[in-house]
Each structure stands twice: as structure tokens, then as C-alpha cells.
Ligand binder design. Structure first.
Ligand SMILES: C[S@@+](CC[C@H](N)C(=O)[O-])C[C@H]1O[C@@H](n2cnc3c(N)ncnc32)[C@H](O)[C@@H]1O
Length: 312
């Protein structure tokens, strides 16, 4: 049965038997900065951000199985409250000090108790919030793309009002026949819902995204499974993701990850070779830290966009 991408995508990731309900979690299929070898260093920089902003609670929304929270728990002063939010039950191996909230998934956010002085991170969340996908027909008019359970697409009706308004404002034409638009209305609403759940602090959505002057004309919708890119088939067998229009979210500030983390003190400079001779253990530790810093700030993750919004 053909459904809109928004419907089929939501069911495929968060429905019963959905991709993100699988036991192996996201880390079983792909590496991110929050659960790979660089997670410890990302945790260090988050703690520095919390210190600079005088924030005493860190909430990781869409935290997978809590990998980044485990790194945070091993480094953070006991006075820092740590909370994880994802769609599954509390993972067994999560450190005891980490609290857990279960979420419905997609654009919905559970009650977080209006935390005060909170740093709320949503790392690679919005790209998996389903959004309508539209394609320009022979006359350049945007039509909703429908998808079958096998991934086969057809063009449906003209894109309805709210999504057309969003596209006119944030991803305007003219659109050549075949051009695509991933209408970010649902991501904007999800980010706004997250901000509403916070009493005070800083909300950071971190994702691969685009800005108005660099929208990808053919869209970015893609699948991921077992470490590889694949066709997006909405049957629960793969992740389904599309880049985020970061400048439509209503953030106070947008920064590339490279710039932000360097400002927080991350340094990818290799240690002097001389150190290898005088203190081999320190040299190896510094080299490992430099290579993780380079992984977080270099090409790829370094180009991720951090959308920051202060809640007062
Ligand atoms: C791409 S993974 C990112 C995981 C982790 N943040 C990282 O960067 O490694 C997306 C995660 O978002 C979770 N997710 C999606 N919608 C959510 C929601 N509304 N609330 C909480 N978690 C959500 C999924 O279950 C999945 O674990």
C-alpha cells in the first residue's frame, strides 16, 4: 500500500518492529561521534560547555543506548545530573547514576519535568524525524511522494498547505522536474517541542544539515543498515534519514561542529615527536586524543551543524 513518506518512515523506524526498537540499537549499524572512539572526547567538551554556561543537568535526547552518557558518567562530577531519553526500555549496562525516560519516538518528546539549568543535547535526532518528501512534476509543481512497502515511489497530490508554505519560505523554487524537497516543518515542530519541555538552559540539536543557500536539489533521503548506505525501504530493515534544514529550526545560533568544539578547547594538534622519546606513554595518550579531536572537527563530523537555543 502506498503511503506518504512521512507516514511510512514513522512506522518503519518507531512502529512495532520498527528499526530503532531492535536490540542492537543504532550502534549496531553505524558509528557516530556519540558512540564511537571519540565519544569520551565529545563528553569532555560537553562538560566544558555545561561549565561555561553554569548548567548542572545534562539530558541526552535520542541517546541510542546511552553510550555518550556512559562516557559522561565516567567524567562528570557527581553533582551533575545525567538523563537519557530514547524509545526503548532503560539499557541494562547504563551506569546507575544515569536517569532514563522513554519516548514515543519521531517528532514527539516525553515530559522531561521542565528541568532548570539543563544542557539538552539531541545528537543525530532530527535527521530521523520523518518529514514529508515532495518532488516537482513536469510543470515544476511540488507533489507529495508516496512510497510502497518495497520502497517503490509514485507521485501523489500537490503538497498540502503547511508543507507548501514551509517550502515556499525555506526551500523556494523554481524547481526543475524531478527536483525534491524534504519539507522540514516536522523537524521545526520537534525542535520547538523539545524547547517547550525545558525550564531553563541550553538546547543543542546537532546534525548533518543544510542552509538555505545550499539546499540539495535532489534531496538526501537514504537508508543505512549494517554499516552501509542502502535504498530507503520503509519495512523496518534499515534506518531512514534525511539531512536537516538547520536554519529553519528557529535557533539562536548556528555553528559548525569544528568551530564550536575548537572554541571549547578541543585541540587536534599532534604532540611533538620528541615526547615519544622522553615519555612514550604520554606521547601515545596525546596522539590518541589528537586523532579523536581531528575526527570530531575534521571533514565529516566537523561539518555537522550545532543549532543552539537558550531557554530562560
Ligand atoms: C541516529 S540515532 C542517534 C543516536 C545517538 N544520539 C548517536 O548520535 O549515536 C537516532 C536515535 O534517535 C532515537 N529517537 C528518535 N526519535 C526520538 C524521540 N522522539 N525521542 C527519543 N529518542 C528518539 C532513535 O530511537 C535512535 O536511537
Amino acid at each position: 500500500m502506498a503511503r506518504t513518506w512521512e507516514q511510512a518512515w514513522g512506522e518503519a523506524l518507531y512502529g512495532e518492529g520498527g528499526f530503532y526498537r531492535r536490540a542492537e540499537g543504532p550502534a549496531g549499524h553505524f558509528a557516530t561521534s556519540a558512540q564511537g572512539p571519540a565519544a569520551d572526547l565529545l563528553a569532555t567538551t560537553l562538560l566544558e560547555l555545561a561549565r561555561r554556561e553554569s548548567l548542572t543537568t545534562i539530558i541526552d535526547v535520542a541517546c541510542g543506548r546511552g553510550e555518550l552518557l556512559s562516557s559522561l558518567a565516567s567524567q562528570a562530577d557527581p553533582s551533575i545530573r545525567l538523563v537519557g531519553v530514547d524509545i526503548v526500555e532503560r539499557p541494562d549496562r547504563l551506569p546507575a547514576r544515569v536517569e532514563w525516560r522513554r519516548s514515543p519516538g519521531g517528532a514527539e518528546v516525553p515530559d522531561l519535568g521542565s528541568p532548570m539549568d539543563a544542557l539538552v543535547l539531541a545528537h543525530e535526532w532530527l535527521d530521523v524525524v520523518p518529514c514529508p518528501v515532495a518532488q516537482a512534476d513536469g510543470q515544476g509543481r511540488l507533489r507529495t511522494v508516496l512510497v510502497g512497502d518495497d520502497g517503490a515511489e509514485t507521485l501523489g497530490d500537490l503538497l498540502p498547505g503547511p508543507d507548501r508554505d514551509w517550502s515556499d519560505k525555506h526551500w523556494p523554487g523554481p524547481h526543475a522536474p524531478g527536483d525534491r524537497v524534504e519539507a522540514g516543518r516536522t523537524r521545526d515542530a520537534a525542535f520547538a517541542a523539545l524547547i517547550d519541555r525545558v525550564g531553563s538552559g541550553l538546547v543543542a540539536a546537532v546534525d548533518y544539515g543544510h542552509l538555505r543557500d545550499s539546499r540539495p536539489p535532489l534531496g538526501t533521503l537514504v537508508g543505512f543498515a549494517a554499516g552501509s548506505v542502502c535504498l530507503p525501504v520503509p519495512d523496518g530493515s534499515c534506518d531512514i534519514t534525511a539531512h536537516v534544514a538547520m536554519d529553519s529550526l528557529g535557533a539562536d545560533e548556528l555553528h559548525t561542529q569544528g568551530d564550536l568544539l575548537r572554541d571549547l578547547g578541543l585541540d587536534g594538534t599532534r604532540p611533538p615527536l620528541e615526547l615519544a622519546r622522553t615519555d612514550p606513554a604520554r606521547y601515545l595518550a596525546a596522539l590518541s586524543s589528537a586523532s579523536q579531536a581531528a575526527a570530531l572537527t575534521g571533514s565529516g563530523p566537523g561539518g555537522f551543524v550545532w543549532a543552539l537555543r537558550r531557554v530562560r
